[in-house]
Design a protein. Structure first.
Length: 270
């Protein structure tokens, strides 16, 4: 049986409880649709009015209401959940990690990935300015792990602009990548689909990219357009706007056949 995966699109705000209610509703929809793995977007549990607000809701790893709620839902629904990002405290550090956690179908946390590449940019035309590193500490560890949908490589949002990360994960055996995001509208309009499909094509890997969408209470607007892409770069499913779930089935047999017949990953020289 081929694995079915889900990408969950949200418009998160500053009310953690309200965000978790939406996340629960969408996870239940994913489970009822036959997904074996569901992926939440970046900042699924909290997008505050100010960047500093995330410090007040940060949790200690394996403790806190956000992690308990997602773990309990994974166990109840017998669903693997890749929990976008949430702020997690770091020992000896005033900043937090933008932490993506993986829960298996028993509710056990089986992996952690801290966002490596932080969005410290002024968008062209001075439309927006972002300094993630002011309140977020970058991660350094590449994370891949086996799931019911194959070996997944973990990434978050701005990571998608750094193809060397995905090459490293492909070398570790990843057959699919997750890219939970809260992409800006200008960069999303210009580059979101292009970057996601490039990461899929160059690694002959599937990509699941759930996004934040729409206008948030802080006044920030995110691009949305959550999508699932196959190993040949075809968009299998997408949701341009609004909260909801998109699902698709990976053709793992076709992927392996293409990797055998078109062995680009074996032709690397550098």
């Amino acid at each position: 049986m081929q694995p079915r995966v889900a990408a969950l699109q949200m418009t998160s705000g500053a009310d953690v409880a309200a965000n978790l209610e939406v996340a629960e509703r969408l996870l239940r929809e994913a489970a009822s649709g036959g997904a074996c793995v569901a992926v939440l977007p970046e900042n699924f549990s909290f997008m505050g009015l100010r960047d500093t607000d995330k410090l007040a809701v940060a949790e200690t790893l394996d403790e806190g209401p956000i992690q308990r709620r997602i773990a309990a839902l994974a166990a109840e629904l017998e669903l693997w959940v890749i929990a976008g990002t949430l702020p997690v405290r770091l020992a000896g550090e005033s900043r937090v990690a933008a932490c993506s956690l993986v829960f298996d179908a028993t509710g056990r946390r089986v992996a952690r990935y801290d966002k490596i590449h932080l969005f410290d940019v002024d968008l062209p035309g001075r439309l927006e300015s972002h300094r993630e590193s002011k309140h977020i500490a970058p991660g350094s560890a590449v994370t891949t792990l086996d799931t019911p949908a194959g070996r997944v490589g973990m990434s978050v949002c701005y990571d998608v602009r750094f193809p060397e990360l995905y090459r490293r994960m492909a070398a570790e055996g990843a057959t699919w990548f997750v890219v939970p995001a809260a992409f800006t509208v200008p960069t999303g309009r210009a580059h979101w689909e292009l970057l996601l499909r490039a990461r899929a094509v160059e690694n002959l890997a599937c990509v699941v990219a759930p996004g934040q969408t729409g206008l948030h209470p802080s006044g920030r607007e995110t691009y949305g357009d959550s999508m699932i892409i196959d190993h040949w770069g075809a968009v299998l499913a997408r949701m341009p706007r609004g909260e909801g779930v998109v699902m698709a089935t990976f053709d793992t047999e076709a992927q392996q056949r293409v990797r055998n017949e078109f062995p680009a990953l074996d032709h690397r020289r550098l």
